[in-house]
Design a protein around this ligand. Structure first.
Ligand SMILES: NC(=O)c1ccc[n+]([C@@H]2O[C@H](COP(=O)([O-])OP(=O)(O)OC[C@H]3O[C@@H](n4cnc5c(N)ncnc54)[C@H](OP(=O)(O)O)[C@@H]3O)[C@@H](O)[C@H]2O)c1
Length: 222
């Protein structure tokens, strides 16, 4: 598959490593430009590119940048992507990093906010996965210690594509429902950072509370 990754930090870098390792064709972009991605390119065989170039002909685009940077992505971001492309959103709202985002504070699921800014349905995945696990914890299908990743999204075809991709890089997935349910995997929920298999992930999703945890609310002086 041709995969474009926007963001080359902890998650974007390790997804580049893992996706190239299983044979996908990966382009990767950051905010400073392709010349700053030479080391990652040499290590992985991925192509360093601009944001516009990583999207071109991509069947899957991963958006993995600090949430507050999402509105800075260019208008018409996905022009030139392949027909039926899927977008993976790995992002989390950390008010300490991202500042006050009123719609999210008022209960809009974080991925719904991302989706509105990027203008295309997103599939939420990897937002609660430790970056190091992407390279350190892949296991073959059926392994007893295989980790599971919750995956939420409204576009069933895109969600299927993403779940198959995640399976191919060594993780089980759990269908976490549509994007309106995706608060179940946001920061500080039982499934967030849970290093377990599909049964425990399913249980943790069911145990989540829709109330935004205090640690992940912006604290503003009145
Ligand atoms: N770290 C984790 O374990 C983890 C786990 C799950 C989910 N997440 C979430 O996933 C997202 C990425 O996390 P991370 O830890 O990988 O972040 P990170 O290490 O801080 O890396 C962020 C990357 O985004 C790039 N970037 C920033 N603004 C951009 C823009 N406008 N256009 C293109 N690229 C841009 C940065 O490029 P420059 O360096 O050139 O600025 C950098 O490569 C965050 O929302 C985070 O909350 C992180």
């Amino acid at each position: 598959m041709k995969i474009g990754i926007i963001g080359a930090g902890q998650i974007g870098g390790n997804l580049t490593r893992r996706l190239t390792a299983v044979g996908h064709t990966v382009s990767v972009a950051n905010s400073r430009g392709p010349h700053t991605l030479k080391d990652l390119a040499e290590e992985t065989g991925a192509t360093p590119a601009t944001v516009a170039d990583v999207v071109r002909d991509a069947q899957v685009v991963v958006v993995t940048i600090p949430l507050k940077a999402v509105p800075d992505l260019p208008a018409g971001l996905f022009a030139g992507a392949a027909d039926g492309f899927a977008v993976i959103d790995t992002n989390n709202y950390y008010p300490q990093r991202d500042g006050f985002i009123e719609e999210i504070e008022n209960g809009l699921p974080e991925s719904r906010w991302v989706e509105r800014h990027v203008g295309h349905p997103v599939v939420k995945a990897f937002n609660g996965t430790y970056a190091e696990d992407i390279v350190a914890r892949p296991r073959p299908a059926g392994a007893p210690d295989r980790l599971a990743v919750p995956v939420a999204g409204d576009d069933e075809a895109a969600k299927r594509t993403v779940r198959e991709l995640i399976d191919a890089i060594g993780f089980d997935t759990v269908d976490a429902g549509g994007l309106d349910e995706s608060w179940r995997q946001q920061p500080d929920t039982p499934v967030y950072g849970l290093r377990e298999g599909a049964d425990a992930v399913t249980r943790a999703l069911a145990e989540a509370s829709p109330e935004r945890p205090a640690a992940f609310r912006a604290h503003r002086e009145p």
